[in-house]
Structure formats: structure tokens, C-alpha cells
Design a protein around this ligand. Structure first.
Ligand code: UD2
Length: 312
């Protein structure tokens, strides 16, 4: 790899990828509009050149892509319920931004763009595990927007010969995930609340299941995707997950043990756009990248709880 650009570099996944790249001695530029990313996430990334700008601005994308070899496109406006509330903003920061990044990357001669896809693309189809040959079935505006980005990736591979790689992440969690917004990922919210002795709320009956994926596995998949031969990965899409799932009720029980929280969860009605079960088939990433999840769910939760404890 020569020079790398990480979009969403002040966000949870982006900062984690940037940190791993810097640790390998890569030259890294980051861009973030700080809409959901946080300045404090940049601490430890001082060696990274940072641009505070919005990817909906084509000029900012051009500046960010100049001289870059590999783009890790992590910037997005995450969250299913946020997209139900405000689909236009989700579209702007997921779809318009992605097209701008691709156009700027094409014009700057970027070799490879790796895209953070979302397991939400599979929607509520009953078949488990979800494999890449399945027809996408997005339910929420967020799922539709992230899937549109995948289609743009593939089309840029086909028509412009760019090496695009889509990694469909399944419910990523770990240190630096923001627990402080109503749209935060469930594990960040639960860790923070339970460590503070505050009752978490489960939306629905708690029997919904997720293939919760610890951040280090996602970072590793990105590094592998950056290094893989083009003949194997260009224009491809693959799941990045663990291949195992847990229900929210089970997860609550593990977190109660790890945090020492002794209360019960509250239950509230299920959220619109929510899907019931999610579990990945990860054989394609194994075959194309040599990816294997190294940190399993319980160990990931333990590290995550330790991190939130160290922050509080
Ligand atoms: C979707 C995607 C995920 C990622 C994410 C980004 C799926 C299966 N996954 O995650 O890959 O793209 O969007 O935002 O589509 N919940 C509670 N209490 C809370 C918060 C959440 O019970 O305080 C529930 C929520 O209703 C859902 C589950 O926890 O059933 C997970 O919610 P989430 O927002 O962490 O992630 P999810 O699955 O929408």
C-alpha cells in the first residue's frame, strides 16, 4: 500500500482502521465532517493528516483523494431508526457521499476503494445464514442507502476498471463506538448504561439475534482486502462477521456478568425497520481474503466492557 485515505476517520470503524494502518507504518490521510465522528477519537492518530470536510462536497473529495492509492470508505450516517426519522440525510451522507468519493477516486487514479457495506442489505428474509448470493431485501432507508453504495462500487469496477471491494459488516462493536446518541449501536449503549448501574431498554422481546462482530475482526478484513490480489477481490462483495449469533437477551445476560449490573432490562416496542435475525455465512471472505474472525463474541465483549470502564 502506498498512501491510504480513510473516510469517517473520526468515527468508530474509521479511526480503528486508521490506527491499524499507522501502526503498520502506512501514510494515512483521514477525512471526517464530525457530524457523528468525534475529535477525541483522533487522539492517538496524530501521525495522520486530517481534513475536516464533508464528502457531499466534491471539492473536498478531490482534495482527499489526491495522491492516494487505497481508500477505506467508512464514512456514513449509520442507524436504522435515524434513517426512518430522516431518510434524506441518510441518503445524502451514504449515497451522495459515496458517489462523490468514487468520482474523486476515479479522477485521482486511486487503485482500490474498500467500502463498508451493511448486513442490513439482506433485510428480513427468513433464510439463515445470510450468504452473498441471496437477493438483497433492504427494509429501512438506511439499508437501501448502504446497498446503493454497494451497487455504485460494483458499477465503478465494471465501467471504469476500479478495484472496488465491498465488505458487508455485521453489527460491529468495540472500543470507541459512541454510546451517547439515541442512534448508537446497542452494545455501546448497554455497556455504558450497565456500567453506570442504569437500566438498558430492549426494543421488542429480546429474541432478535445478531452476528455481533468485534472491531478487530473488521479491521483485519480491511487490511486483507487492501492487500489481496485484484484478480481475487476487485468488484467483489463479501460478508465480514463471525458466523455465530446471539440474541439480545443472551447478550444482556453476558453483559450483566461482565459489568456487575444486577437489575433486569426494560422492554419497549420493537423499532420500525428493525430486522429479526442476522447471521452471516463467512466462507466467501475466508476464501477470497483468508479472513478468519480472531476475536469471538464473549472475548470482544470483555474487551469492550474493559474499555468503557476505563473511560468512565
Ligand atoms: C444495522 C445493521 C448493522 C449496521 C448498523 C448501523 C442489521 C442486522 N445490522 O444494525 O450491520 O449497519 O445497522 O447502524 O441490519 N436495540 C435495543 N436497545 C437499544 C438499542 C437497540 O433493544 O438501546 C435493539 C434494536 O432494536 C435492534 C438491535 O438492538 O433489534 C440492534 O440494534 P442496533 O441499532 O445496534 O443495530 P442494527 O441491528 O439496527
Amino acid at each position: 500500500m502506498a498512501r491510504c485515505l480513510v473516510t469517517g476517520a473520526a468515527g468508530f470503524v474509521g479511526r480503528s482502521i486508521a490506527a491499524a494502518l499507522l501502526a503498520r507504518g502506512e501514510t494515512v490521510r483521514g477525512i471526517d465532517n464530525l457530524l457523528t465522528g468525534k475529535c477525541e477519537n483522533l487522539s492517538g492518530l496524530e501521525a495522520m493528516e486530517f481534513i475536516e470536510a464533508d464528502l457531499t462536497d466534491p471539492g473536498a473529495c478531490a482534495r482527499a483523494c489526491a495522491g492516494i492509492d487505497t481508500v477505506f470508505h467508512e464514512a456514513a450516517l449509520a442507524s436504522v431508526p435515524r434513517s426512518v426519522q430522516d431518510p434524506i440525510s441518510t441518503h445524502r451522507h451514504c449515497v451522495d457521499a459515496t458517489l462523490n468519493v468514487l468520482l474523486a477516486a476515479r479522477d485521482a487514479g486511486v487503485r482500490r476503494v474498500i467500502y463498508a457495506g451493511s448486513s442490513s442489505a439482506y433485510g428480513d428474509t427468513p433464510t439463515l445464514p445470510k450468504h452473498e448470493e441471496m437477493t438483497p431485501n433492504p427494509i429501512s432507508p438506511y439499508a437501501a442507502a448502504k446497498l446503493a453504495g454497494e451497487h455504485y462500487m460494483r458499477s465503478f469496477a465494471r465501467v471504469y476498471g476500479m478495484e472496488t471491494v465491498v465488505l458487508r459488516y455485521f453489527n460491529v462493536f468495540g472500543p470507541y463506538q459512541d454510546p451517547g446518541s439515541p442512534y448508537s449501536g446497542v452494545l455501546a449503549v448497554f455497556c455504558q448504561r450497565m456500567l453506570a448501574g442504569r437500566q438498558p431498554t430492549i426494543f421488542g422481546d429480546g429474541q432478535q439475534s445478531r452476528d455481533f462482530t468485534y472491531i478487530d475482526n473488521v479491521v483485519e478484513a480491511n487490511l486483507l482486502a487492501a492487500a489481496a490480489p485484484a484478480g481475487k477481490v476487485a468488484g467483489q462483495m463479501m460478508n465480514v462477521a463471525t458466523g455465530a449469533s446471539s440474541t439480545l437477551n443472551e447478550t444482556f445476560d453476558i453483559l450483566a456478568e461482565l459489568t456487575g449490573y444486577s437489575g433486569k432490562p426494560a422492554y419497549a416496542p420493537a423499532r420500525a425497520g428493525d430486522i429479526r435475525d442476522s447471521l452471516a455465512d463467512i466462507r466467501r471472505a475466508e476464501e477470497l481474503l483468508g479472513y478468519r474472525p480472531r476475536v469471538h463474541f464473549r472475548e470482544g465483549l470483555r474487551r469492550t466492557v474493559d474499555w468503557y470502564r476505563s473511560q468512565s
